[in-house]
Design a protein around this ligand. Structure first.
Ligand SMILES: Cc1cc2nc3c(=O)[nH]c(=O)nc-3n(C[C@H](O)[C@H](O)[C@H](O)COP(=O)(O)OP(=O)(O)OC[C@H]3O[C@@H](n4cnc5c(N)ncnc54)[C@H](O)[C@@H]3O)c2cc1C
Ligand code: SF4
Length: 522
């Protein structure tokens, strides 16, 4: 190893966590290396092809994992500069203030975080501004307090969604605009980076208008001379020094050859499944259970949300292009007749026939897939799954990742579906009145997958942070309790998952850990 391979900070993974941290640390002048197993997403027309992206899975990893039975599964996850944010729907929510405390669910307890909402709040604001989130404060009935308004007003609803909004509001609900990280300028469309297309959620943005971690953080970070990126660099193992309290070597496989790097500080940010796998693979004589895993929590408490895609079929067509603008949080913490949290209702990107072929719903009598896609409102329901130590990531002897996962806390999710059904029955249109709504049809998330697709998309919880080294792997600064220069800043640190999309919380936390590291390196 040459001293050229020594850095002040090495960040492994360039997604929501790693990319955001790199941006925060870049102006410090410290010598920073980003190691990313993937390459840049190629810019090509297929970026916006639902067939290529959803049906053929062109950009998904071809890696196979195993489920608890040992059956191979193909995870819907993406290894690229920018990580999964290249493909995300850019719905950028704060967790609720209540999510930071202990919450009793029908299926058990959602544990408290070691930090309060108040501690993360300034970083939520910083992340919202950095990722150019468009939203309106004061509409979402469960939103926590914020120290600043959004910089950009919310993305407008198209006509069909505005009608739905009005129907829901008449039924007594409080529908609101989804906070979105798309760089749209609605008052001046000619100057807008974003063209409001129908292939955003799940697709990379061909024209770089989505606020993803590459565009917003990694590219600007690389403009600093002190920051460098090595792509196609899969980190295989972390080695510790003699006293075992420091990561001394980062072992990389790149184009079939082994490379070694070292850093004063090493930050793991490979996504919740791969970060746990990396720490487990790094077991040695001093850390026999895996690195930083005396507590035996590494890999455990895997969470991924309970998700459903429900197509509400109407007699009226739904010509919406960008559908993901409306959400409902009225049932997030419970309701008048149910004391437990149910979750969050929003939308996926508009489904089309090609996408449906990759996970077809039961076909409504008298309809074709194409017709269903043209008439459906495509809801995305999220409820919290609870951290079960038996839901876990392990690494088989041959090095393959195994994810053992059993859904829990489903009663609240079923009640959330019933609430949506009730609300849809109250909708009205000028032509068909209350007869417009034809029913809810579940899009099959399981086709060709052993885990629900979304269980991998929202993966979190496998290297939890906490005050007690017996029950957590990381301290409140996301530093490993047992290793002095090792941090984890992807979604692994979540002790509970809440029921809103995770990315903004990962970004905000990376900014918080960034402040801690800047202080430490002073
Ligand atoms: C289709 C889709 C839609 C989504 N929509 C939303 C949404 O609307 N809102 C939201 O909040 N969230 C959404 N998500 C989830 C969101 O993208 C993730 O929560 C977020 O990207 C996770 O950030 P992370 O830093 O934990 O991991 P990632 O962003 O996945 O980054 C991990 C990085 O580490 C790299 N890596 C992995 N292993 C190694 C290794 N061994 N060596 C080197 N590099 C490695 C990966 O290539 C990747 O770049 C969506 C996800 C998907 C797939
Ligand atoms: S142009 Fe806008 S809507 Fe289309 S993918 Fe890019 S950010 Fe999303």
């Amino acid at each position: 190893m040459t001293s050229n391979n020594h850095y002040d900070v090495i960040i492994i993974g360039t997604g929501a966590g790693g990319g955001t941290l790199a941006y925060k640390l870049a102006p410090s002048g410290k010598k920073i290396l980003l190691l990313e197993r993937g390459d840049y997403v190629p810019r090509e027309k297929d970026n916006w092809s639902t067939r290529a992206v959803n049906l053929e899975g062109k950009y998904n990893t071809k890696e196979a994992w195993r489920d608890s039975e040992g059956t191979e599964l193909h995870p819907h996850t993406n290894y690229y500069v920018g990580g999964n944010t290249k493909f995300y729907g850019a719905a950028l929510f704060r967790l609720r203030k209540e999510d930071f405390g202990e919450i009793r669910h029908h299926g058990g307890i959602s544990p408290a975080w070691p930090i309060s909402y108040e501690e993360l709040e300034p970083y939520y604001t910083e992340a919202e501004h950095l990722y150019e989130v468009h939203g309106n404060r004061g509409e979402d009935p469960t939103e926590p307090w914020a120290s600043a308004p959004y910089k950009y007003s919310a993305v407008s609803h198209e006509q069909r969604i505005q009608h739905l909004h009005d129907d829901f509001a008449r039924a007594g609900l409080k529908p609101f605009h989804v906070p979105l990280g798309i760089r749209i300028n609605e008052p001046n469309a000619r100057k807008s980076l974003c063209i409001r297309c129908n292939t955003c959620d799940g697709h990379p943005c061909l024209i770089g208008a989505k606020s993803d971690a590459q565009t917003i953080c990694v590219d600007p970070a690389l403009e600093h001379e002190n920051v460098s990126l090595v792509t196609n660099a899969k980190v295989m193992r972390l080695e510790t020094n003699g006293n075992s309290r420091e990561v001394s070597k980062v072992i990389v496989e790149r184009n079939g050859t082994r490379e070694e790097y070292s850093g004063d500080i090493v930050v793991v940010s490979c996504g919740a499944v791969n970060s746990a796998a990396l720490l487990l693979r790094s077991a040695n004589d001093s850390h026999p259970n895996g690195l930083a895993n005396k507590s035996d929590v590494v890999g455990r408490h895997y969470m991924g949300h309970i998700n459903s895609v429900l197509m509400a079929l109407s007699k009226c067509p739904n010509p919406t292009i960008f559908q993901k603008t409306l959400a409902i949080n009225d049932f997030y913490l419970g309701s008048r007749d149910w004391d437990y949290p149910m979750g969050h209702i929003s939308f996926v990107g508009k489904l089309d026939a090609d996408t449906l072929k990759a996970g077809a719903p039961a076909i409504a009598p008298g309809w074709t897939l194409d017709l269903m896609a043209k008439h459906s409102l495509d809801f995305w329901l999220t409820s919290e799954d609870l951290p079960d130590p038996n839901n876990r990531v392990t690494v088989d002897r041959d090095g393959q990742i195994r994810v053992s996962y059993k859904l829990n806390n489903v009663e609240g999710h079923d009640r959330l579906k019933a609430q949506l059904q009730k609300a849809m029955k109250q909708t009205n249109c000028d032509v068909h009145g209350h007869e417009c709504h034809q029913g809810l049809f579940a899009r099959n998330l399981y086709l060709g997958q052993r885990l629900p697709l979304a269980a991998v998309a929202h993966q979190n919880g496998t290297v939890r942070f906490g005050e007690d080294p017996k029950t957590s792997a990381l301290d409140r600064n996301c530093k490993a309790h047992e290793v002095d220069n090792l941090y984890v800043v992807d979604a692994s640190f979540f002790p509970s998952s809440g029921a809103v999309n995770p990315a903004l919380t990962i970004m905000a936390n990376a900014l918080r850990v960034g402040d801690h590291l800047l202080e430490r390196m002073k």
